[in-house]
Design a protein around this ligand. Sequence first.
Ligand code: FE
Length: 272
Amino acid sequence: MGKVLFDNGSHKCIVFDDIMRESELKGGDIQSNQFLIIHGDAGGYEEGLLFDPGGSKLIQPLHQRLKSHVSTNRIKKIVLSHQDPDTGAGAAQWMMFTNTTTKIYVSDLWVRFIPHFSRSDFAQEVFVPVPDKGMRIDHNGAEIILLPAHFLHSPGNFQLYDTASKILFSGDLGTSIMSGENTFGPVVDFEAQVKYMEGFHKRYLASEKACRLWAQMVRKLDIEAIVPQHGERYFEGKKTVNKFIDWIENLKCGVDLFSNESYAVPGKSTAS
Ligand code: FE
C-alpha cells in the first residue's frame, strides 16, 4: 500500500516498492520504486505529484494503491527522471486511461520521444519540457527542484529535490541490485552496500566528471535522505548521505573504463 518516507501533516512522501513483487508482474523486469508526493495547502486542498511512475503494466495497480492516499484526479503532475521505459512508459498509459489535467515534466531532450510509448495521441501541451539547467516547480504551494543529473545515466536526466522533506529522489543514481526479496529500508552499513551498487554504476553512468560535478552541486543542498528508483535500499541521515556523495564523486565509470577492447569487432560465432 506504499511506505511513508515523510509526513508532517500537510506534506507526505510515499514510496511504492513492491508492486511487482506483490503481483503477477514480476517476470524478469528490474524492480522499480514509484513515488507520490502529496501537499495540502492552508485550506486543506491536496494535490499529488508522481515521480517515475514506472512502466505501462504498473500503472493500473499503482492507480489502485494511490487511491488510499489521494484522490487520483488530484494528481496534477508527473515528473520523469529520464526517458527509459521503466520510468516513462507508464506516464503515457496514465494519460490514456485517466481523464485528468495531469502535466508530464520531462527533459527537453526526450519530450518528443515519450509519446512513442502511447497507443493514442495526446496533446503536446500535456508535456512540460524541462530545460538542461533544471527548474523549480510549485506543487500546490510546496517547492520542488528538478536538478540536472545529466549522464547519470541518461544524457537528459533530472533528479527531484523536495524542499519540504529534504529528500533527494535520485532516479537511477544509488541503485542497488540485490538478490532475494528484501523489504524496503535504509542502508545500515554503507561499505557493505557498495558491492550491490558498483556493477550498475560503473556500466550505466557516463563518466567520473559527471559524477564529480553532480557531487559538487548536491553538497549545496540540505539533504536528509537520497532515495533511488531501483532497489530496496536508500540513504538516510546526513552521515550516510555524505558517504554516498563521496563515493559517487570519485567513481571511475562508463567511458573512464572503456578501451579499444570495448569496441572490438565480435569474433565469428562458433555455433552451427
Ligand atoms: Fe534508466
